[in-house]
Design a protein around this ligand. Structure first.
Ligand code: ZN
Length: 457
């Protein structure tokens, strides 16, 4: 007796790059059968006409501050992820953690989570832990030693790797990065990096990330490539990465499908010279939190908010969507959300990224095939993270599944209503149980903390 049986399932086969119609049998937390005429099941889902995909894996999220939400639920961000079909996500990106690794993973161990969660240990978080409060200065040797100890502790706690947020801490030099990486002493640890600078400095930033991977011998994930060089430099940056891959460097990237990025207005991203670099004016910045929520900046408001509310989340409309699409189409780029909210405020990417690619870029614009997009949302990130039991609908795989209508799937989150859930997703199954049915959350605690090292390819 199966727990769940999905009949008339259109399942993607990434080997033959075709869809096949079959029945998927789930027992406990596993896909136990994929075939025809399976036996009885407690729950039967008729998926006729729908795509039955592995659950989406979001390699780049900014996890919530557990408990700091408006709706009384402990999870502000993972809830939105779940509603758009994400069943596994990776927090701790861009050098940042929003609480300690132990606090985060222990909470999930005790309470469950909407999605399965992995996390990086963030380098800028470590800098703050050892008392560096000036982002423009380099770390002392003593501070680097302390950070290395913290990296080793974090690896024991089960992080997937180290993330860097170079743009946010201009004082970090190459030597500090390499020393921090040396603490791992283990090539199975994944690195991710938010580049040092964007636009006309984006290419040199990509070269730096390639150099980090070459020097350490560790795999490097370039974070949200679109917000680095979708400002006229995307073609060149894709060529530079492709060339590095050809030389044998283990480098990949991810990208979210929007022409605007989002971060805190007090960050170094908005230091002098940013508007010249982007060739934009103050009104490209939209304020996303009270008391100025929804307002576009002028010069006066920009400097006032930067001074008085440095932690306000803002959105910067400074990228070209054609170049974002070009990035997402590149063979080494996964789809991600970079989702980041605080009390429900932020950028719509945290609730719309995956449906937007499937609805707008695949169905409406025909920029990439459905199979190619699904691979970038499932198998590619699974491989990158060493999650050998995820990313495919096959016997023995974890039963993380999203069932959606490729004809109707559409993102609904907007800059005015950034957490509005998408349409067209009928079921989300996490660890073998139904988490979402027709946009209604049935169980948002099915996810687990995944603590592990990245296994070798
Ligand atoms: Zn980032």
């Amino acid at each position: 007796m199966y727990d769940i049986k999905i009949i008339q399932a259109r399942v993607v086969d990434f080997v033959s790059n075709t869809f096949k119609t079959c029945t998927v049998g789930i027992k406990d937390s596993e896909i136990v059968s994929v075939g025809e005429n399976l036996g009885d099941a407690k729950i039967v889902i008729n998926a006729e006409g729908k795509i039955v995909s592995p659950g989406f894996i979001d390699i780049h999220i900014h996890e919530e501050i557990i408990g700091d939400t408006t709706d009384g639920d402990d999870y502000d961000i993972a809830n939105k992820m779940l509603m758009m079909g994400v069943t596994t996500g990776v927090g701790g990106n861009c050098g940042n953690n929003r609480q300690s690794i132990n606090d985060f993973l222990d909470f999930i161990d005790k309470n469950g989570a909407p999605i399965n969660y992995l996390t990086f240990i963030g380098h800028n978080f470590l800098r703050s832990q050892v008392g560096i409060d000036n982002r423009y200065r380099k770390a002392t040797q003593l501070e680097i030693c302390k950070m290395k100890e913290l990296v080793q502790a974090a690896i024991k706690e089960g992080v997937i790797g180290i993330s860097f947020g170079l743009e946010y801490s201009p004082g970090v030099n190459f030597d500090e990065i390499i020393q921090i990486c040396s603490a791992t002493n283990n090539e199975q640890v994944l690195l991710s990096a938010h580049y040092r600078a964007d636009a006309d400095r984006g290419i040199e930033s990509i070269h730096e990330m390639i150099e980090i991977s070459k020097t350490t011998g560790m795999p490097m994930q370039i974070s949200h490539l679109g917000s680095c060089t979708a400002m006229g430099m995307m073609r060149e940056s894709l060529d530079v990465i492709q060339e590095a891959i050809r030389e044998g460097v283990d480098i990949e990237a991810d990208c979210y499908p929007y022409e605007a990025f989002s971060t805190f207005i007090g960050s170094a991203v908005f230091d002098e010279g940013c508007f010249e670099r982007w060739n934009k004016t103050y009104d490209s910045i939209m304020l996303m939190e009270d008391p100025y929520r929804g307002l576009r900046c002028d010069k006066e408001l920009f400097y006032k908010v930067r001074k008085e509310y440095p932690n306000m989340l803002v959105v910067a409309f400074v990228m070209n969507e054609e170049e974002v699409i070009e990035a997402i189409k590149a063979p080494f780029v996964s789809v991600t959300s970079d989702g980041l909210y605080r009390k429900g405020q932020g950028h719509p990417r945290g609730a719309g990224s995956f449906p937007k690619v499937l609805g707008k870029y695949v169905r409406d614009m025909k920029e990439l095939s459905l199979i190619s997009a699904l691979k970038k949302m499932t198998l590619m990130p699974a491989n990158r993270l060493g999650l050998n039991n995820k990313g495919r609908i096959e016997e023995g795989m974890d039963a993380d599944i999203v069932i959606f209508d490729s004809e109707t799937i559409v993102d609904c989150a907007t800059f005015e209503n950034p957490t509005k859930p998408p349409k067209g997703i009928e079921y989300v199954i996490v660890n073998g149980k139904i988490a979402v049915e027709n946009n209604i959350v049935l169980n948002a605690r099915l996810g687990k903390a995944i603590k592990r090292f990245r296994s070798k390819k």
